[in-house]
Ligand binder design. Sequence first.
Ligand code: F0G
Length: 355
Amino acid sequence: MKKNHSYCGIIEKYREYLPVTKKTPVITLNEGNTPLIYAPALSKLVGKGAEVYLKYEGLNPTGSFKDRGMTMAISKACEEGAKAVMCASTGNTSASAAAYAAKAKLKCIVLIPSGAIALGKLSQALIHGAKVLAIDGNFDKALELAREITRRYSITLVNSLNPFRIEGQKTASFEICDYLGTAPDFQVMPVGNAGNITAYWKGYKEYKSIGRISALPKMLGFQAEGAAPIVKGHPIKDPHTIATAIKIGNPASWTQAEAARDESNGLIDMVSDKQILDAYKLLAQIEGVFVEPASAASVAGLLKLSKKGYFKAKAKITCILTGHGLKDPDRAIASINKPKIIKPDLKTILKEIGY
Ligand code: F0G
């Protein structure tokens, strides 16, 4: 591999903890190494001396955490001689799969729920040259079909059911521990298909088992109220939420998410669309961080729990911000007043801005 950067993605960085060998062709876009941003205003809102950090996964190459998993899944698919990959997606997985498959020269097929994908994500899957099929059905149906097709034909499934996806995504917990010098006390994150909470928990446990950290965080997962199968204890036939990325009624990694919750003494709870949108705007306006609605579920959850007095004093809390705000520009524009149209003269502008 040609190395002209000091940082070459998560496989090179965490090679010793990943199932790769010298023979694995590394397909990377230099994903990972995302900032963990201290959030003073949110910390103050939580109170009791809390320290809140934002893991800004929207700064990955395709704008979401999926790239960590996809570099592994696509590299391993290449190692195994695959010619084609496939996924079902609420948008981000398809964007990531399409980009990494393009780099690896693999055929990429994505199944998306028709009309339920944010604009930015759809544009990514299309521009990277994936075969994009929109089904008249939801994500759960799309995943069922992708599983069936990849069972029958030699096409590699690159949803998080692919164990290499989990392996790649666990590196985000390594980065958090490397940065903080310890594990956080609590980690708050959105839960959709439940692969990411599974991956983080695996990463934390592995770091503890080799002595890199001495304690594990409590894992706090949040689903959207209209798409909260784990909270409600049964699959949701017709999930609904404005957070389209986590509009999922029957998560593939349900059992593993419950294990992360129970082993860590954490919880999986839900937040309403209003709470998600409030957190979405708040985060952009008090911390300067723009995320997509699903990612704001973590901050909505943080605020919900802090209002209940859930956190102990001086808690170190990480919020996982899974995707960039530019993924879903329509939602941003619909949430805020449109710009006012004014005459192009100095006097009018000065009057508008109060000078
Ligand atoms: N946040 C964002 C921005 C996502 O795109 C997803 C999942 C999640 C959170 C939830 O993560 O599924 O591992 O629990 N998106 C998938 C997709 C389903 O197809 O892009 P999870």
